[in-house]
Design a protein around this ligand. Structure first.
Ligand code: PMV
Length: 313
């Protein structure tokens, strides 16, 4: 491989859904915050010949890439078509520390960094609307019926209050507290979980729709509590959301164990985050020491990695 030019860089970060996952699919609001401890960079350099990629899923020609990279390949093709550029002559290096399939928005973040790098590489102007359009191509393949929440927050510096059919509101989510994030180490099952919630919502003999409405109401309340900087009541909302997500069958034993362990060790609220059935959970703490104690307990109870996010930063 002969490198012919300087590198073009695109970056993005992960996201944490505070509250509103799943119900957001049904036009209820969700609140998500940028998670800048988990980041991805895509670097594109010019080569001659077939384009190549270097990622955890595949290293080699894009033509030989596995199906798991289909979302990115479709995005690359769509950007090239839009900009009227050839799809060859690129080496695409993807460097991510966002755990994949864990509800942290990894797929949307990689696609965002990729589209940003491509527009820089082709020296074309990228508007927010265009970025969202191309990342959505990737997200539809990765997630089936994505609400668009991930695609919005992985490129935002502020928290988002997202409702599918309405303009996204960006707002200040600074709070005097800490969010502990724990990775179960298991891949989430967003597509399956979204589809099963869909069956519950459609089936009038279940209270699926009622649970979705309740999650929406909890999210609206959470927004007010964040604005009032009321950490304790926000914690209660998170725990109430977990109860509803559990009833919607998207939690699992490991997530429940971690949620319980966090609550017994000083958390003021805890829940899964993202699509569920694996992936990550979050716990709210008012003091740094409590957050550290919760993180240590979560590791003892099976989490493979934890992060402490200062909500005041
Ligand atoms: O698992 P994640 O973080 O990609 O998020 C899924 C969030 C859902 O509300 C379950 C689905 C969606 O498209 O918003």
């Amino acid at each position: 491989m002969k490198v012919l030019s300087d590198a073009a860089l695109g970056a993005a970060h992960g996201k944490i859904i505070l509250v509103g996952e799943h119900s957001v699919v049904y036009n209820e609001p969700a609140i998500a915050i940028p998670f800048t401890s988990a980041t991805v960079e895509v670097i594109i350099t010019k080569i001659s010949g077939d384009s190549t990629v270097n990622s955890i899923y595949h290293t080699g020609k894009i033509l030989d890439a596995p199906e798991s990279l289909n979302n990115l390949i479709k995005t690359i093709n769509a950007v090239c078509l839009y900009l009227n550029k050839p799809t060859n002559n690129m080496h695409i290096h993807i460097d991510s520390n966002i755990p994949a399939e864990r509800g942290m928005g990894s797929s949307a973040a990689v696609a965002t960094a990729l589209v940003r790098a491509m527009f820089t590489y082709f020296e074309a102007e990228l508007t927010d609307e265009l970025l969202y359009r191309f990342v959505s191509i990737s997200e539809k393949i990765a997630h089936g019926n994505p609400s668009g929440l991930d695609a919005t927050v992985v490129s935002s510096k502020q928290a988002v209050y997202f409702t599918r059919s309405e303009a996204t509101e960006f707002f200040d989510s600074h709070l005097p507290g800490y969010l502990v994030i724990a990775d179960t180490g298991d891949e989430g099952e967003t597509i399956g979980a979204v589809s099963d919630v869909g069956k519950l919502v459609k089936n009038k003999n279940t209270n699926g729709q009622k649970l979705i409405t309740e999650l929406g109401n909890l999210t609206k309340k959470a927004r007010q509590l964040i604005e009032k900087k009321n950490l304790n009541q926000l914690g209660e909302i998170l725990s109430k959301a977990q109860t509803r997500l559990n009833k919607l069958t998207v939690s699992n034993d490991k997530l429940d164990t971690l949620v319980d362990a966090a609550m017994k060790n000083g958390a003021i609220g805890a829940k899964l985050t993202g699509g569920g059935r694996g992936g990550c959970m979050i716990a709210l703490a008012d003091q740094a020491e409590t957050a550290e104690k919760i993180a240590a307990t979560l590791l003892k109870n099976g989490a493979i990695q934890t992060w402490i996010h200062n909500l005041g930063d």
